[in-house]
Write a new protein. Structure first.
Length: 86
């Protein structure tokens, strides 16, 4: 589990919606779970940064409709989507 400092939290705009975002571009490994403050998130899926605009917004909407709260983590050339149950 990776502990993320809440001061690292930003936001990412995706097709007129905002998603919590953390830039961990140079992280050596990508964990399957992330803790942000007292909240825990589990890995859901990933997208290439280049071209994410076509696939990622519908997935974020789908997750939110299912009651999941997404957190996007950027590492290298990918966006990793983690989710927390609502």
């Amino acid at each position: 589990m990776l502990e993320v400092d809440p001061s690292q939290l930003g936001s990412l705009e995706l097709d007129e919606m905002w998603v919590p975002y953390v830039d961990l571009y140079d992280l050596d490994f990508m964990p399957t779970h992330v803790r942000l403050g007292k909240d825990e998130y589990a890995f859901s899926c990933s997208f290439l940064v280049k071209g994410h605009g076509a696939l990622m917004p519908p997935k974020i909407r789908e997750l939110r409709a299912a009651g999941k709260q997404p957190l996007v983590v950027e590492r290298g050339d990918r966006y990793y989507v983690f989710v927390q149950a609502a």
